[in-house]
Design a protein around this ligand. Sequence first.
Ligand code: NI
Ligand code: MN
Length: 225
Amino acid sequence: MEVRFLGHACFTLSDGGSTTVLIDPFLTGNPRGAISADDVAATTILLTHGHQDHLGDTVAIAKRTGATVVAITEIAGELGAEGVDARDPNLGGTEKFDWGTVKLVPALHTSTTPNGTVTPPAGLLINFQDTVVYHLGDTCLFSDLALVGKRTPIDIALMCIGGHYTMDRTDAVEAASLIGAKTVIPCHFNTFPAIETDAQAFKSDVESATSSNVVILEPGDTHTT
Ligand code: NI
Ligand code: MN
């Protein structure tokens, strides 16, 4: 399985073949976006929440590729009204695909779409061909992050570390400890000045305090399991 970082909180999960799961496709206007919204592949698009730096190019990519989108109920309703094929779970709900499943789990943040739709934000607990990937979405540190890893052993956690809009790299060390993933890949940092941070310091702190390995990806880089 290939996990490719496309900048900010955007990733693709791929089997190297015809299946590509695209998460939080903010590419147009992303100063560190690794690929154009016109070129990215997607068979399914997963959204953590409605902020523009996550919703991003979802509608255009879904219409170009025909990808099904999974988003929390009210955001899915908004996408459906724009002609996108959208599935609408709420927190706790699981959607099944031929590549695996995605469950929405809590995140602690805000979420309003550019059109004004207000919802809670989510994290994404993804089982992609038996590899478990947990995209935390935008969140602060909160103790229920531990429940996710307690219920489902996590192979890879995609974790915000940039501070200001989310937890910072020191709170994210505690989050990594609560979640207990085999591998942690940091994101949501260095896209803008407000979220600049030291990912190498995060890596050394996590690897000192926990048994997780941290893999720092530059936009465009791929981690292969
Ligand atoms: Ni946000
Ligand atoms: Mn964000």
